[in-house]
Design a protein around this ligand. Structure first.
Ligand code: SF4
Length: 422
């Protein structure tokens, strides 16, 4: 097998910790934690042996029955909003559903094979799923870290299970606005609900259990941004500061600010900053608003800038579109949805990114197939081509692992952060 290593990227990417990455997006730092590093180490050894065997014309060792360390779990594709800027618009409200018992079994089997964390997210609104509460309790009973990304419309369902959340778990609300009017225009809830009502639910929930962090997520949308060709989305740069004040006063732990992403016709999730009218002026407006937002930080409330925001500002997003041929994250983090098991959130619902069916981990024979299919997609899916326009947050970590496989660099242990979310 020919080398997939790009020397310039390896040199650039194999340094200690990427300079501009917030801890939550520092996936190299996360995988260097003593609690996660052994799996990365075993994977690197397996890949080295396998590539060496293939180079000799022999079949390599089969992949052990490793589950991913972390999954995005879409409980449902159903959603009670109709957001213009929704990146998963095409897969929403599919009639395909899980068999609840088999989904629980999948989680049990994965936890026995190394799964450490689950992000309940969508492709759909997780709290709309009838089994939401029992699934959260099941995941916590397995000792997993759990996070929920929600539109905030059913906070009572999260409040009902808040007792089982622990330090290290988190809840993030996708709100993207500072006023009730912009919230309504952007999200189009099917049943009337206001930003005021959603924010009013935070303090009572945190009073019952302050352990999990609770975040206010704000996708920054600029003039000219389109979900897909011809579908314009609402600009919200002017409400960044208002939203930050609101988030602090409502009792959130942080506000996270990230630029809008769009989907290419082939399904890949990409940043398209050139769609902004007058890009430099737009970026300057965003920076001024973010800097002002930061003046509202306190000991208990932070403003978190996503790596994509830094990349947009520095204009170096093309660097993040340069991936090794093998995306190693396909083993370490997968996406389970009612439509099937996929290799990455950026390719959720896309056929060529599918690893297997929705019950891929639900029993002995199924999980053997899931392991084989994971091994297959590590070969089949050429990330250097398929992700060539994706501003990939896993860019650094993929090159770090590639460097270890090809060049034998040491995988040094880092600091334990008790954060297994990937
Ligand atoms: S290279 Fe990045 S975008 Fe592509 S599959 Fe891997 S993690 Fe996803």
């Amino acid at each position: 097998m020919s080398s997939t290593t790009d020397p310039t990227s390896v040199t650039r990417s194999s340094s200690e910790t990427p300079r501009r990455v917030a801890p939550t997006h520092d996936f190299t730092g996360k995988l260097r934690q003593p609690s996660l590093l052994p799996r990365v180490h075993d994977y690197v050894v397996w890949q080295r042996e396998r590539r060496a065997a293939l180079a000799r014309g022999e079949s390599g060792p089969a992949m052990p029955d490793w589950a991913p360390l972390s999954i995005n779990l879409d409980l449902t594709t159903a959603c009670n909003y109709r957001c213009d800027h929704c990146i998963d618009w095409d897969i929403l409200n599919s009639p395909i559903k899980y068999d609840y018992a088999r989904l629980e079994q999948s989680m049990t089997e994965m936890a026995a094979r190394g799964l450490r964390s689950v992000i309940l997210i969508g492709g759909g609104e997780p709290t709309v799923y009838p089994g939401f509460e029992s699934m959260v309790r099941h995941l916590k009973s397995l000792g997993l870290q759990v996070a929920v990304v929600t539109n905030g419309s059913r906070m009572e369902r999260i409040h009902a299970v808040i007792d089982c959340f622990e330090k290290g778990d988190w809840i993030r609300l996708s709100l993207d606005s500072g006023s009730n009017e912009t919230f309504e225009t952007m999200h189009k809830p099917k049943q009337k609900i206001t930003l005021d009502e959603i924010c009013a639910a935070i303090q009572p929930m945190r009073a019952d259990n302050p352990a999990p962090l609770v975040g206010f997520s704000y996708v920054i949308v600029w003039e000219g941004a389109e979900r897909e060709e011809g579908v314009k989305v609402v600009e919200n740069i002017d409400e960044i500061v208002m939203a930050t004040k609101r988030a602090r006063d409502a009792g959130f732990s942080y506000i996270s600010l990230k630029p809008f992403l769009t989907r290419r016709p082939d399904g890949a999730e990409v940043m398209d900053p050139e769609a902004a009218k007058n890009l430099d002026a737009t970026v300057a407006r965003i920076r001024a608003a973010v800097d002002e937002a930061k003046t509202y930080e306190t000991d208990d409330f932070k403003v978190v800038e996503s790596i994509n925001l830094r990349v947009l500002e520095q204009g170096d997003w093309r660097e993040f579109t340069h991936q090794p041929r093998t995306c190693h994250m396909q083993l370490l983090r997968q996406v389970l949805t009612p439509l099937g098991l996929f290799n990455c959130p950026a390719h959720r619902g896309v056929d060529k990114a599918m690893i297997g069916p929705k019950d891929s981990w639900a029993g002995e024979s199924e999980l053997r197939d899931a392991v084989q299919s994971t091994e297959g997609i590590l070969d089949r899916f050429d990330a250097s081509h398929e992700c060539r326009e994706v501003t990939c947050l896993y860019h650094q970590v993929n090159w770090w692992i590639e460097d270890a496989i090809e060049n034998g660099t040491e995988l040094d242990a880092g600091v334990e952060r008790y954060d297994a979310f990937l």
